[in-house]
Design a protein around this ligand. Structure first.
Ligand SMILES: *Cc1c(COP(=O)(O)O)cnc(C)c1O
Length: 492
């Protein structure tokens, strides 16, 4: 499988190159030139395999420069860091399933890809004969940062720097990052929101002077954000795995469609589901759920993508985004891979903060997507209601999806649906506790204790231990100072 760029269809590079480069020089994102197809026999065979084998198989279809055995060994190492099955599917009601993607080392779905990416990146560099050290720069709204730090800590010839919006992440997320261990890590908080952090980091990637300075020090830059193909690829596997699980337990028969409902931010998670659908996985609808930063809802319902709106801080901070980078990859497909038209739209976005496409492009070619959003009150009530009805607790991100699912089924669609659950509720203990009880706690650890008493759900050790870990990173600075931090850290 070769890769091309959303902004230059003439480009033709290998999977290793796509992973190492992260983003195309033309500013576009790497996409596979086509989608390998999954036959009925393959899906049935996979349903008898372990998660690691499923993941290795799916990745091998896209990475011809890696062998299946090699990928299997990476999957085994990566997912050994999980507590049991990496992507279990839990049945909570007739035709309603929750895929829990938060059993990894940092309790969020980002672990699925970020435990794998270091193996893919290290091997890809080796295959290409690249000897440079890698400097990974990450802008995070909370979960990517911690998962990337954990994935890359003490990885040979690699340094990682993470920037998060000060006061734009949950207390647990902040503690997880500021207490990060490892000799090759740096964490800083910037004044501003996630989009500010993301824009500042993107500017560094485009800064020739920085590139030159790093090169002289033996570094090349790379990204662990979800624009990297190495982030998306491992995510395709869990959509296929969920289908296999439902086949294996005879909840469905081969060919039956299932829906997925996904809490969306940068659009990487649901895009992986879309790619699984393009590979022939029988998916009915992909339900895109947003919080009140509902730019994606508006886009799917009107064809207009308009960033000129207020940015809201919510209790689902990983979805507080106005610029969903991965939407560009879907747009590329919507435009039937017309790169010139895509460049036009991206120019318009940059110049005016907005673009519009013919709504029929969404409807005609993408019967698969529907979209909705939840307000903060909706989210809060959903956490309470689901605890009340199912004795099951959702974190606020997943609760957004559960609310949008409940609204969606009013349309009468009875297709079995998997809600993609993206974080362990203990990561957002204060809000979750307030939602499921009459009380409130100002301290996150006290709230977590109370959730445990009230629900009996086990508190993850990594969360419990946070309280005792020494804080290593406390710097807060203006976003313009990022460049200097990069300079300092790479001269240490
Ligand atoms: C990152 C994240 C999301 C959003 O996922 P995208 O791939 O950015 O759309 C949703 N929920 C949680 C908990 C996350 O960490």
């Amino acid at each position: 499988m070769k890769y091309t760029s959303t902004r230059n269809k003439m480009l033709n590079i290998s999977g290793s190159e796509a992973i190492v480069r992260g983003i195309s020089e033309d500013g576009g994102l790497f996409v596979p030139v086509d989608f390998p197809q999954l036959s009925k026999n393959v899906i049935i065979e996979l349903s008898e395999k372990s998660y690691e084998e499923r993941a290795a198989y799916v990745m091998s279809l896209f990475l011809e420069d890696f062998s299946y055995e090699e990928l299997l060994s990476y999957a085994e190492k990566a997912y050994a860091k999980f507590d049991g099955d990496p992507c279990p599917v839990v049945n909570i009601d007739d035709g309603l399933y929750i895929m829990e993607l938060w059993h990894g080392p940092t309790c969020a779905f980002k672990d699925i890809a970020l435990t794998m990416l270091p193996y893919l990146l290290t091997a890809a560099k080796e295959k290409l004969g690249i000897k440079d050290k890698t400097l990974i720069l990450v802008a995070t709204s909370g979960d990517t940062g911690k998962a990337a730090l954990e994935g890359f800590r003490d990885v040979k010839d690699t340094d990682i720097m993470v920037f998060y919006p000060d006061e734009g992440v949950s207390r647990m997320q902040q503690l997880q990052m500021s207490t990060q261990e490892g000799g090759n890590v740096y964490v800083g908080a910037i004044k501003g929101n996630f989009d500010d952090a993301q824009t500042a980091v993107k500017e560094i990637f485009a800064d020739k002077a920085v590139e030159k300075d790093l090169k002289a020090k033996g570094y090349s830059l790379s990204s662990a954000n979800s624009i990297n193909w190495g982030r998306l690829l491992p995510q395709i596997a869990y959509y296929i795995s969920a289908y296999c699980d439902l086949l294996g337990s005879e909840e469905i028969s081969y060919g039956d469609k299932i829906n997925f409902c996904v809490p969306c931010g940068n659009f990487g998670n649901i895009l992986a589901g879309y790619y699984a659908m393009r590979m022939g996985l029988p998916i009915g609808k992909l339900i895109c759920a947003s919080n009140i930063n509902n730019i994606l809802t508006d886009f799917f319902n009107t064809g207009i993508y308009d960033t000129k709106r207020d940015f809201h801080k919510t209790m689902s901070p990983s979805m507080d985004i106005l610029i969903s980078s991965n939407l560009e990859r879907l747009l590329f497909e919507m435009l039937e891979r017309d790169d010139a038209k895509l460049i036009e739209l991206m120019k318009e976005l940059k110049a005016t903060g907005r673009y519009a496409i013919d709504k029929r492009l969404i409807e005609d070619r993408f019967l698969g997507f529907v979209a909705g959003y939840a307000t903060e009150d909706d989210t809060f009530d959903t956490i309470y209601n689901n605890f009340d009805i199912y004795d099951y607790i959702f974190d606020p991100h997943t609760a957004v999806a559960a609310y949008v699912y409940n609204e969606y089924i009013l349309s009468g669609d009875e297709t079995p649906t998997v809600i993609v659950s993206t974080a362990n509720p203990y990561k957002f203990s204060k809000d979750v506790y307030a939602a499921i009880s009459e009380g409130s706690e100002t301290d996150d650890f006290s709230a977590a204790k109370r959730i445990n008493l009230l629900t009996g759900m086990e508190m993850p050790e990594v969360i419990e231990n946070l309280r005792q870990l020494p804080v290593r990173f406390e710097e807060v600075f203006d976003k313009d100072a990022i460049k200097n931090k990069v300079f300092e850290y790479t001269t240490r």
